[in-house]
Design a protein around this ligand. Structure first.
Ligand code: GDP
Length: 468
C-alpha cells in the first residue's frame, strides 16, 4: 500500500476518537452544571452523548474494517515480521562479535536507582547507543536490586560470546572511536548527547516503519525489549504456569493502577471508576465486531486494596490478577526477589491484553505498551492513558507539525499556521492538546486533530556488511 493511504487510514481513526473526545467532554461539562440547566436540555444532552457514542463506535468499526478488506492485511503481517527479523539479526550480530578481546564495547550498569520499568528503559537506552555506535553492549548486573545474582539468571544474557567489560583502553562517555571500552552514564547525565536517543528511529528503517506503524519509536523500543527480555527457561516456565493458573484468556483489557509512592509526587490519583469507564468503552466497541460473553480484565497494581474494590463494584466482570502480588510491590519490599517475578508477570500479562487502560506516567504501563507492539503489526492505538501521552524518559522534544491553521476561539488557545512546529506537552483528552508553538513561543492549547506527528530519525549504522 502507499504510505499516504496508510497514514490517512490511521489519521481518520485517531481523529474520529478526537472528535468524540471533543463533543463528549463539551457536553459533559454542561451536564456537570446540572442545577443551572433545564431538565429537558439535560435530557437532550444525554441523548446527544449516547447517540454520538454510537456514531463513533460505528465509524471506528468501519475504519478498522477497511484494513481488513483493502487487501493489505497479509502484507502488514509480513512486513511486520520481516522488519522484526531484520533488526533481530542485526542485534545478534552486534552482540556476538567474533573476538571479544578486541571488540569495541559499551558498558551499561543495570542498577539505576529506580524501579523495574525505569531500569528496563535505562537498558533500552544503553542498547540504542550501543546500536548507534556499533559497540557490543555489556550489561553489568551483579548486585541488581531486584535479584542480587544478576540479570542472566532471569533473562538470557545480552550476548552469547562476549560478557566481559575488559579491554585495552577504557574511558567514560563519549571516549573516541579507538577507545575499546566506553562506560555509559545514565541518560540524565549524558553529555554530549548522541543523535541516537528517543524519539529518533534509525533513518534506514524509517520509510518502512512510517508506513507500517502508527508510532514508530514505540515499535523500535518494543524490538529492543523483545531482544533483551528473552526469558531463561525458568522464567518462561513460571510465566506459563501463571497464565494457566489465573486462566488468562482473551478478550481481556489490561488495567494498571499505579498508586502508593507515585500519587501526589509524579502523578495524580485516579479513581477505579475512571479506569473502568474506558474498559467499558473498549468492550462496547469490541461488541460491534464480536460477541463478548464476559467482560474480563487483568488487574495489576501496587495497591492491594483496588482488588477488593474492583470485585465489590464490578461483580459482573471477571477480574484476573493477584492482590498478593500487589503486596510485594509496596515500597518497603519492592526491590527484592519476591517482587521481581510479580512485576515481570504483571507486565507480561498487561502486554498480552487486547487493550491497556492505565496512566502513561508510570513506566510499568509504558513498558507493557512497548512489548505489546510485538504482538501486532501496529498496536499503537490499543491503549487509553488517563494522563500522559507516550514518552520516553530523557527523550528529546516531541514535535508535531500543524497541518491545519487555527485561530483561538477561547482564552488559552494558540494561533497556529499550517506548517508550524509544536512541541507537545500532553493531550487533555477533550479534543485539545497543550504545547509550545516553536514559531511564536506561545504555550497554549490547540485542537489535537490539526497536527500530525513529526517522526524523528537519526543516521544509525545500517549494518550493511552483515549481508555480504
Ligand atoms: P513507575 O514508578 O510507575 O514509573 O515505574 P517503575 O517500574 O520505575 O517503578 C515502580 C515499581 O513499583 C515497579 O517496578 C514495581 O516494582 C512496583 N510496581 C508498580 N506497579 C506495580 C504493579 O502493578 N505490579 C507489580 N507487581 N509491581 C508494581
Amino acid at each position: 500500500p502507499n504510505t499516504q493511504y496508510e497514514l490517512l487510514r490511521r489519521r481518520i481513526f485517531s481523529n474520529t476518537k478526537e472528535l468524540f473526545y471533543f463533543i463528549n467532554s463539551g457536553l459533559s461539562d454542561i451536564q456537570k452544571q446540572a442545577t443551572k440547566v433545564a431538565p429537558e436540555i439535560l435530557e437532550s444532552i444525554n441523548f446527544l452523548i449516547n447517540m454520538g457514542n454510537e456514531h463513533k463506535k460505528s465509524l471506528l468499526h468501519d475504519i478498522e474494517q477497511l484494513a481488513e478488506v483493502d487487501g493489505y492485511a497479509n502484507w502488514r503481517q509480513k512486513e511486520s515480521n520481516d522488519l522484526s527479523t531484520l533488526v533481530m539479526d542485526r542485534f545478534k550480530y552486534l552482540q556476538n562479535p567474533e573476538n571479544c578481546d578486541t571488540a569495541r564495547k559499551l558498558v551499561c550498569n543495570l542498577n539505576k536507582g529506580c524501579g523495574y520499568g525505569c531500569q528496563l528503559h535505562h537498558v533500552v537506552y544503553c542498547f540504542m547507543v550501543a546500536y548507534g555506535t556499533k559497540r557490543t553492549l555489556i550489561l553489568k548486573s551483579k548486585g541488581w536490586r531486584y535479584h542480587k545474582a544478576g540479570w542472566e539468571e532471569i533473562f538470557k544474557p545480552v550476548s552469547d560470546t562476549c560478557l566481559s567489560p575488559n579491554g585495552q583502553s577504557i574511558a567514560g562517555w563519549p571516549g573516541n572511536p579507538e577507545t575499546q571500552v566506553i562506560n555509559l552514564p545514565i541518560i540524565d547525565s549524558l553529555t554530549p548527547r548522541p543523535p541516537f536517543l528517543p524519539l529518533a528511529i534509525p533513518e534506514d528503517l524509517a520509510p518502512r516503519l512510517i508506513r507500517l506503524h502508527g508510532d514508530p519509536i514505540v515499535w523500535w523500543v518494543g524490538q529492543i525489549l523483545k531482544y533483551l527480555l528473552r526469558p531463561q527457561e525458568k522464567t518462561s516456565n513460571l510465566l506459563q504456569e501463571t497464565i494457566d493458573k489465573i486462566g488468562f484468556k482473551r478478550p481481556i483489557v489490561g488495567v494498571h493502577i499505579r498508586r502508593t509512592d507515585k500519587v501526589g509526587t509524579e502523578a495524580a490519583f485516579h479513581r477505579l471508576e475512571e479506569y473502568m469507564l474506558h474498559v467499558d468503552q473498549y468492550f462496547d466497541y469490541l461488541e460491534t465486531k464480536q460477541v463478548v460473553n464476559k467482560r474480563r480484565i487483568y488487574l495489576a497494581s501496587d495497591d492491594p486494596k483496588v482488588f477488593q474494590e474492583a470485585k465489590k463494584l464490578y461483580p459482573a466482570y471477571e477480574i484476573i490478577g493477584d492482590p498478593s502480588v500487589a503486596k510485594t510491590a509496596a515500597v518497603s519490599t519492592r526491590y527484592s526477589d519476591t517482587s521481581l517475578f510479580g512485576i515481570i508477570s504483571d507486565i507480561h500479562m498487561l502486554s498480552m491484553s487486547d487493550y491497556l487502560v492505565c496512566t502513561f506516567s508510570s513506566q510499568v504501563c509504558r513498558v507493557a505498551y512497548e512489548i505489546m507492539q510485538n504482538f501486532y503489526p501496529d498496536a499503537s492505538h490499543r491503549y487509553r492513558s488517563l494522563d500522559d501521552i507516550y514518552y520516553y524518559g530523557g527523550q528529546n522534544a516531541h514535535n508535531m507539525i500543524a497541518v491545519l491553521p487555527h485561530e483561538p476561539s477561547k482564552k488559552g488557545e494558540m494561533t497556529v499556521n499550517a506548517g508550524d512546529i509544536i512541541g507537545v506537552a500532553g493531550n487533555h483528552w477533550n479534543g485539545f492538546s497543550k504545547g509550545r508553538n516553536l514559531r511564536t513561543n506561545q504555550i497554549a492549547l490547540y485542537p489535537s486533530f490539526k497536527v500530525k506527528d513529526k517522526v524523528e530519525t537519526a543516521k544509525f549504522p545500517t549494518y550493511a556488511e552483515m549481508h555480504k
